[in-house]
Design a protein around this ligand. Structure first.
Ligand code: MN
Length: 266
């Protein structure tokens, strides 16, 4: 697909229409210094302005047993999920660089998909929700969304994950732009308190972050389970987590995620 040349401002207006960005610029400007002095990925102090002012972007990682097992990393940007297929999955070891093949953008609604794609269809196989949550820009551009967009274009995409299994600072770095085929990137964990030398996080977590099911259970299960995720008022987690010993807070985190998703896909 040819690169779009739409100006960032125009895209931003479209992507955020309906939010209050334009309605309240004055208080925001007054918080600039307060925010500049703090790293909100490290401090529990409020960022100010509430979620309306600083909408978090969502991310998801889906473990996908297709013809070849891989992990689909999807990061929301400009109303779609930018997507990479990572054959070996993420690593928390900053010395380990994982190949990530850029694939087509996916709709945001895809984030709640867990189940099976029929054999013979594109991507046929089992899909597990392996991790999900929100992410923020990890670079230095004063305009986070512009920074993310520019980073993606330039092949240096810095982001900070806040998931259930993955957290902290990461980068996707594009390799050799001129080679034919899918753009190839490297997924790299930055050194921070969430980095772990020698860890194998992809092997460590073998169950769905949403339903607690194994790949085998998803493959054998009914599609109904994930469909119920569509409604934030339903507690699908209660039904499917009956064998799970996860604390109650996990459920409310999940509900908060579902509410966020509902806003995103409206
Ligand atoms: Mn896939």
């Amino acid at each position: 697909m040819p690169k779009k040349t739409t100006t960032p401002n125009k895209k931003r207006t479209r992507a955020r229409s309906g939010s209050v960005d334009k309605a309240a610029p004055a208080p925001e400007a007054k918080l600039t210094e307060y925010r500049r002095k703090r790293d909100f990925t490290r401090t529990a102090e409020p960022e100010g302005g509430g979620s309306r002012r600083a909408p978090k972007l969502v991310f998801v990682i889906q473990k996908h047993a297709a013809s070849h097992l891989h992990y689909d990393l999807r990061l929301e940007l400009d109303g779609v999920m930018k997507s990479w297929a990572v054959p070996k999955g993420p690593s928390l070891d900053p010395a380990v660089k994982r190949l990530a093949m850029e694939v087509e953008d996916h709709p945001i609604e895809y984030n709640s998909f867990e189940g099976t794609i029929p054999k013979g269809e594109y991507g046929g196989g089992t899909v597990m929700l392996w991790d999900r949550g929100t992410y923020t820009y990890g670079g230095t551009n004063p305009d986070p969304e512009a920074g993310l967009r520019l980073g993606h274009e330039k092949g240096d995409f810095k982001f900070v994950l806040s998931g259930k299994r993955l957290e902290g600072s990461w980068a996707l770095v594009r390799m050799g732009r001129d080679r034919p085929g899918k753009p190839q990137w490297l997924l790299i964990k930055h050194k921070d308190e969430y980095a772990a030398t020698g860890s194998d996080v992809a092997a460590e977590y073998q169950t769905s972050v949403a339903t607690g099911r194994s790949m085998e259970e998803i493959a054998a299960g009914q599609s109904r389970v994930w469909h119920s995720n569509r409604s934030p008022t339903q507690t699908s987690d209660d039904q499917v987590k009956s064998t799970s010993s996860k604390p109650q807070s996990k459920k409310s985190e999940s509900s908060a995620y579902q509410r966020l998703m509902a806003r995103r896909t409206r």
